[in-house]
Design a protein around this ligand. Structure first.
Ligand SMILES: C[S@@+](CC[C@H](N)C(=O)[O-])C[C@H]1O[C@@H](n2cnc3c(N)ncnc32)[C@H](O)[C@@H]1O
Length: 221
């Protein structure tokens, strides 16, 4: 359930009018891939990964096709992004993705303790203006919610292209006691690891000359 403290952290839910094909994906294909209540991961589940705000789905689809043994939950309230991913799931016959087409925070509240082994939050909406920063998704409250649902040793990956958000992310994560920062040298936060493909938003940020920050944190055990 949505909590009154969940300020809206995303922009639009819908973009352009859907084509007939997109409408068919939404009404006929989506029901097969929606995360059903009986599919909620359990503590015993092996590898369940969550991507929050997958946008166009480039990273989600890459991870699902490169890790067929993992179950991926993709979470995105922007319907055009969901339709794009449904098209690819259908074309590539991917069976290990389930979708949550809404705000991630009610999902985090519904997940059992220690049920996820990886979480990705890649370029969450930056909300750069000072008066909007309270809308940023990554906050101490979200980190606490993630700490509960991530198992010991689980990895949290977060990326941003905004310096003030990078600082806020480090403060939110390291201000608590649940995660260690996996960082031995500056390249650990300046470069993505090989199993971390780029996204559409990242490509735009780099093309505009902005530096990207890539953080990996490990849930303490
Ligand atoms: C700047 S876009 C980046 C998309 C993609 N990760 C990429 O790197 O190309 C941020 C995405 O996060 C989604 N988002 C924002 N708040 C969210 C929330 N509370 N739960 C789930 N997704 C959210 C937005 O709808 C948007 O698609």
């Amino acid at each position: 359930m949505q909590d009154a403290r969940d300020l809206r952290s995303y922009g639009r839910r819908r973009g352009r009018a859907r084509s007939r094909r997109q409408q068919a994906l939404w009404s006929q294909v989506l029901p097969r891939f929606v995360l059903a209540p009986e599919e909620m991961p359990s503590q015993a589940a092996t590898d369940v990964w969550l991507e929050i705000g997958f946008g166009g789905g480039e990273h989600l689809l890459w991870q699902a096709s490169h890790h067929p043994a993992a179950r991926l939950i993709g979470c995105e309230p922007f319907e055009d992004g969901v339709v794009k991913v449904l098209d690819a799931i259908d074309a590539q016959n991917l069976s290990n993705i389930r979708l949550w087409t809404d705000d991630a925070r009610p999902l985090l509240r519904a997940l059992p303790n220690a049920s996820l082994s990886r979480v990705f939050i890649l370029f969450p909406d930056p909300w750069p203006k000072a008066r909007h920063q309270k809308r940023r998704l990554v906050s101490a409250q979200t980190i606490d919610a993630l700490a509960r649902v991530m198992r010991p040793g689980a990895e949290l990956r977060v990326a941003t292209d905004i310096g003030s958000y990078a600082t806020a992310i480090l403060q939110a994560v390291l201000g608590g006691s649940h995660f260690d920062w996996v960082c031995e040298s500056p390249s650990d936060w300046r470069l993505r690891t090989q199993d971390w493909p780029g996204t559409r938003y990242e490509a735009k940020a780099l093309a505009a000359g902005r530096r990207c920050y890539y953080f990996r944190f490990r849930r303490c055990g």
